[in-house]
Write a protein that binds this ligand. Structure first.
Ligand code: FES
Ligand code: FES
Length: 159
Protein backbone atom coordinates (compact mmCIF):
# COMPACT_ATOMS: atom_id res chain seq x y z
CA UNK A 1 0.00 0.00 0.00
CA UNK A 2 1.05 3.62 -0.47
CA UNK A 3 1.88 5.31 2.82
CA UNK A 4 2.34 9.06 3.20
CA UNK A 5 3.71 10.65 6.33
CA UNK A 6 6.05 13.36 7.54
CA UNK A 7 9.55 12.23 8.47
CA UNK A 8 11.68 14.70 10.41
CA UNK A 9 9.71 17.57 8.93
CA UNK A 10 9.74 16.35 5.32
CA UNK A 11 6.67 14.85 3.60
CA UNK A 12 7.55 11.34 2.36
CA UNK A 13 5.77 8.58 0.52
CA UNK A 14 6.53 4.90 0.02
CA UNK A 15 5.06 1.64 -1.19
CA UNK A 16 5.19 -0.83 1.67
CA UNK A 17 3.54 -3.83 3.16
CA UNK A 18 1.15 -2.38 5.75
CA UNK A 19 2.54 -4.76 8.36
CA UNK A 20 6.21 -4.00 7.81
CA UNK A 21 7.62 -2.64 11.05
CA UNK A 22 8.05 1.11 11.10
CA UNK A 23 11.55 0.45 12.50
CA UNK A 24 12.45 -1.38 9.27
CA UNK A 25 10.85 1.32 7.13
CA UNK A 26 12.96 3.95 8.88
CA UNK A 27 16.23 2.03 8.77
CA UNK A 28 15.92 0.28 5.40
CA UNK A 29 13.76 2.58 3.26
CA UNK A 30 14.94 5.91 4.67
CA UNK A 31 18.41 5.01 5.95
CA UNK A 32 17.62 6.37 9.41
CA UNK A 33 20.20 4.15 11.05
CA UNK A 34 20.28 6.20 14.25
CA UNK A 35 17.10 4.40 15.26
CA UNK A 36 18.37 1.07 16.64
CA UNK A 37 16.96 -2.41 16.95
CA UNK A 38 17.64 -4.07 20.28
CA UNK A 39 15.00 -6.54 21.41
CA UNK A 40 12.48 -6.12 18.60
CA UNK A 41 9.77 -6.74 21.18
CA UNK A 42 9.00 -3.39 22.75
CA UNK A 43 11.17 -3.99 25.79
CA UNK A 44 14.41 -2.02 25.34
CA UNK A 45 13.55 1.38 23.86
CA UNK A 46 16.48 1.37 21.40
CA UNK A 47 14.02 2.01 18.56
CA UNK A 48 12.29 4.98 20.23
CA UNK A 49 10.75 7.62 17.98
CA UNK A 50 8.09 10.29 18.29
CA UNK A 51 4.85 9.68 16.46
CA UNK A 52 2.59 12.73 16.54
CA UNK A 53 4.65 13.98 19.47
CA UNK A 54 4.32 10.79 21.53
CA UNK A 55 7.28 8.57 22.45
CA UNK A 56 6.83 5.12 20.90
CA UNK A 57 8.73 1.95 20.09
CA UNK A 58 8.97 1.79 16.31
CA UNK A 59 9.51 -1.98 16.41
CA UNK A 60 5.91 -2.37 17.53
CA UNK A 61 4.32 -0.05 14.97
CA UNK A 62 3.12 -1.39 11.62
CA UNK A 63 3.95 0.84 8.67
CA UNK A 64 0.24 1.43 7.98
CA UNK A 65 -0.02 3.25 11.30
CA UNK A 66 2.38 5.90 10.02
CA UNK A 67 -0.15 7.04 7.41
CA UNK A 68 -0.72 10.76 7.92
CA UNK A 69 1.47 10.85 11.02
CA UNK A 70 4.34 13.09 11.94
CA UNK A 71 7.35 10.88 12.67
CA UNK A 72 10.48 12.25 14.31
CA UNK A 73 13.59 10.13 14.78
CA UNK A 74 16.91 10.71 16.52
CA UNK A 75 18.28 11.76 13.12
CA UNK A 76 15.77 14.60 13.11
CA UNK A 77 16.54 15.60 16.68
CA UNK A 78 20.28 15.45 17.09
CA UNK A 79 21.13 18.63 15.17
CA UNK A 80 18.45 20.77 16.81
CA UNK A 81 19.36 23.09 19.67
CA UNK A 82 17.69 20.71 22.14
CA UNK A 83 19.35 17.69 20.55
CA UNK A 84 22.81 19.24 20.71
CA UNK A 85 22.28 20.36 24.30
CA UNK A 86 21.19 16.95 25.49
CA UNK A 87 23.83 14.97 23.60
CA UNK A 88 26.51 17.27 25.00
CA UNK A 89 25.09 16.68 28.49
CA UNK A 90 25.19 12.91 27.90
CA UNK A 91 28.84 13.15 26.83
CA UNK A 92 29.79 15.43 29.73
CA UNK A 93 28.12 13.18 32.31
CA UNK A 94 29.84 10.08 30.80
CA UNK A 95 26.39 8.64 30.06
CA UNK A 96 27.55 7.18 26.74
CA UNK A 97 29.62 4.02 26.91
CA UNK A 98 28.95 1.58 24.05
CA UNK A 99 26.36 4.09 22.83
CA UNK A 100 23.81 1.57 21.60
CA UNK A 101 21.06 2.74 23.94
CA UNK A 102 21.87 6.42 23.54
CA UNK A 103 19.56 7.36 20.64
CA UNK A 104 16.58 5.83 22.41
CA UNK A 105 17.63 7.29 25.75
CA UNK A 106 17.90 10.74 24.22
CA UNK A 107 14.41 10.43 22.72
CA UNK A 108 12.99 9.28 26.07
CA UNK A 109 14.85 12.08 27.86
CA UNK A 110 13.40 14.72 25.56
CA UNK A 111 9.91 13.25 25.95
CA UNK A 112 10.34 13.57 29.71
CA UNK A 113 11.78 17.09 29.61
CA UNK A 114 8.89 18.27 27.42
CA UNK A 115 6.43 17.49 30.21
CA UNK A 116 8.76 17.97 33.17
CA UNK A 117 11.60 20.41 32.45
CA UNK A 118 13.04 20.07 35.98
CA UNK A 119 12.80 16.38 36.88
CA UNK A 120 14.06 14.95 40.16
CA UNK A 121 15.93 11.64 40.19
CA UNK A 122 12.79 9.56 40.56
CA UNK A 123 11.09 11.36 37.68
CA UNK A 124 14.11 10.69 35.44
CA UNK A 125 14.14 7.02 36.47
CA UNK A 126 10.46 6.77 35.54
CA UNK A 127 10.98 8.74 32.32
CA UNK A 128 13.65 6.36 31.05
CA UNK A 129 12.07 3.23 32.52
CA UNK A 130 11.17 1.91 29.06
CA UNK A 131 14.80 2.05 27.94
CA UNK A 132 17.50 -0.45 28.80
CA UNK A 133 21.19 0.40 29.17
CA UNK A 134 23.57 -2.50 29.71
CA UNK A 135 26.63 -0.35 30.39
CA UNK A 136 26.13 2.65 32.63
CA UNK A 137 24.05 1.46 35.57
CA UNK A 138 21.76 4.45 34.80
CA UNK A 139 23.23 6.89 37.34
CA UNK A 140 25.23 8.74 34.70
CA UNK A 141 22.17 8.90 32.44
CA UNK A 142 20.17 10.44 35.28
CA UNK A 143 22.98 12.96 35.80
CA UNK A 144 22.94 13.73 32.07
CA UNK A 145 19.21 14.39 31.96
CA UNK A 146 19.39 16.64 35.01
CA UNK A 147 22.40 18.46 33.56
CA UNK A 148 20.49 19.00 30.31
CA UNK A 149 17.51 20.31 32.29
CA UNK A 150 19.76 22.75 34.15
CA UNK A 151 21.45 23.97 30.96
CA UNK A 152 18.12 24.39 29.18
CA UNK A 153 16.82 26.48 32.07
CA UNK A 154 19.96 28.67 32.00
CA UNK A 155 19.62 29.20 28.25
CA UNK A 156 15.83 29.65 28.25
CA UNK A 157 15.46 26.68 25.91
CA UNK A 158 12.00 25.11 25.64
CA UNK A 159 11.94 21.39 24.90
FE1 FES B 1 12.03 -1.76 19.91
FE2 FES B 1 13.62 -2.93 21.72
S1 FES B 1 13.90 -2.75 19.56
S2 FES B 1 11.80 -1.76 22.05
FE1 FES C 1 25.89 0.75 26.26
FE2 FES C 1 23.81 2.08 27.24
S1 FES C 1 25.82 2.84 26.87
S2 FES C 1 23.83 0.09 26.39
Amino acid sequence: MKIDFTLNGTPVSLESSPVKRLLDVLRDDFDMKGTKEGCGEGECGACSIFIDGRLANSCLIPAAQAEGAEIVTIDGVRDTEAGILITEAYAEAHAVQCGFCTPGMVMASIALLKVNPDPDEQAVREGISGNICRCTGYDMIIDAVQLAAKRAKERGLAW
